[in-house]
Design a protein around this ligand. Sequence first.
Ligand code: GRF
Length: 203
Amino acid sequence: MKNPINLAIFASGNGSNFSAIVKAIKQKKIKVRSVILVCDKPEAFVIQRAQKAKIPVVLIRREDFVNRGDFEEGIVQRLKNYKINLIVLAGFMRILSVSFVKLYHNRVMNIHPSLLPDFKGAHAIEDAFKHKPSFTGVTVHFIDEQVDNGPVILQQKVKINKSDSLFLLERRIHALEHKLYPEAIKLFVNAKLKIRAGKVYLG
Ligand code: GRF
């Protein structure tokens, strides 16, 4: 492997994106040297998914540290132990500090269930459903110092139909997430992402 990638998937909850990424790795659609799960919630279902898939779990609880700085320092130490060089946030319910973002500049991806910059925040699908634009979508991006912001890697639309229920819309968005996130990671692993002046170019 030319540039071996040691991948850390950060998740706090269900973990359907975690499973989609791990599936793509197991099917050899994405070639990484190693993969771990970093989780901050002992009760999260994603931990069961990781155990079933035999992926190492780093469980690190915010409550075990006096402040966010120490908590993040704890994470960084673990990442160093595993020589992690790409982080993907997949439903990780914590905001990372500016110093963490700087340390892993352009090496932390996030997935967001809207066409960013529209509908930032934790309720993006519900918010789009309420406001009923013709389209919403999914965005994969590198993170920067602001929440749900940073250079867009892949973005794809999802139509909102008049007859849609929130459940149906969520289902289509999640299905697209499970396709788009492995694609974005594959582009990174294959060194196809060039970043210039805060923009991502494919090639
Ligand atoms: C996804 O909708 C993702 O876009 C958002 O959090 C959700 C995580 O879902 N950041 P899951 O835990 O991967 O099922």
